[in-house]
Design a protein. Structure first.
Length: 189
């Protein structure tokens, strides 16, 4: 296994190697912080979210199972953290004040993590390329042009793939709260 790859560092972290953890931390701190800050617009909240992700990674190092890449795991964890921060922030209070949540019936609104898991399971039903493009777009905040450079596909093909995936998800998730789906499907995290 090549040294300093994510998999190598993760293997070392699972053995309690603090230096490997530090290497991983410094590798991902800035992009994770940038992703969180772009959504939260607060340095303190963004730092808290990213710090919590790394604390959780270290605490769970012995039992951690990563289904995809470590990078996807970290960005997904940050996205969960952003959802939680938004949920407890002023934005959530404003939504309650305007009674948008009550208009859709609170019994239909899932916990964001549960909805996120459902969306992930639906993405797993799609062809691998379609789901990867969607994840790069939503989770990593990459543009169609950036994704086309990575995949070698034309930018229009990337746009088409993202739109098809969005349509698929809207269809598959239509029984859930329109408000939550609107927020998730129409914003990048």
């Amino acid at each position: 296994m090549e040294r300093n790859t994510d998999n190598h560092l993760l293997s070392q972290i699972k053995q309690g190697d603090a230096k490997a953890f530090d290497s991983l931390f410094y590798r991902y701190w800035e992009p994770l912080f940038s992703a969180a800050f772009a959504r939260l617009k607060s340095q303190d909240l963004a730092q808290d979210v990213v710090q919590d992700v790394f604390i959780d990674l270290w605490k769970r190092k012995d039992s951690l199972v990563i289904k995809r890449t470590l990078e996807v795991y970290l960005f997904t964890s940050v996205k969960y953290g952003v959802f939680k921060a938004i949920d407890t922030s002023k934005g959530h209070e404003q939504l309650q004040d305007t009674q948008l949540i009550d208009d859709f019936g609170s019994d239909k609104i899932l916990e964001l993590e549960e909805l996120y898991d459902i969306i992930e399971s639906k993405l797993d039903l799609l062809p691998k390329t379609s789901s990867e493009i969607f994840r790069m777009y939503k989770y990593n905040g990459l543009s169609a042009v950036e994704i086309s450079e990575i995949t070698g596909m034309a930018p229009q093909s990337i746009h088409n793939s993202i739109q098809k995936t969005l349509n698929f998800l809207r269809s598959e998730l239509k029984e859930y709260s329109p408000l939550i789906l609107f927020i998730f499907l129409n914003s990048k995290f």
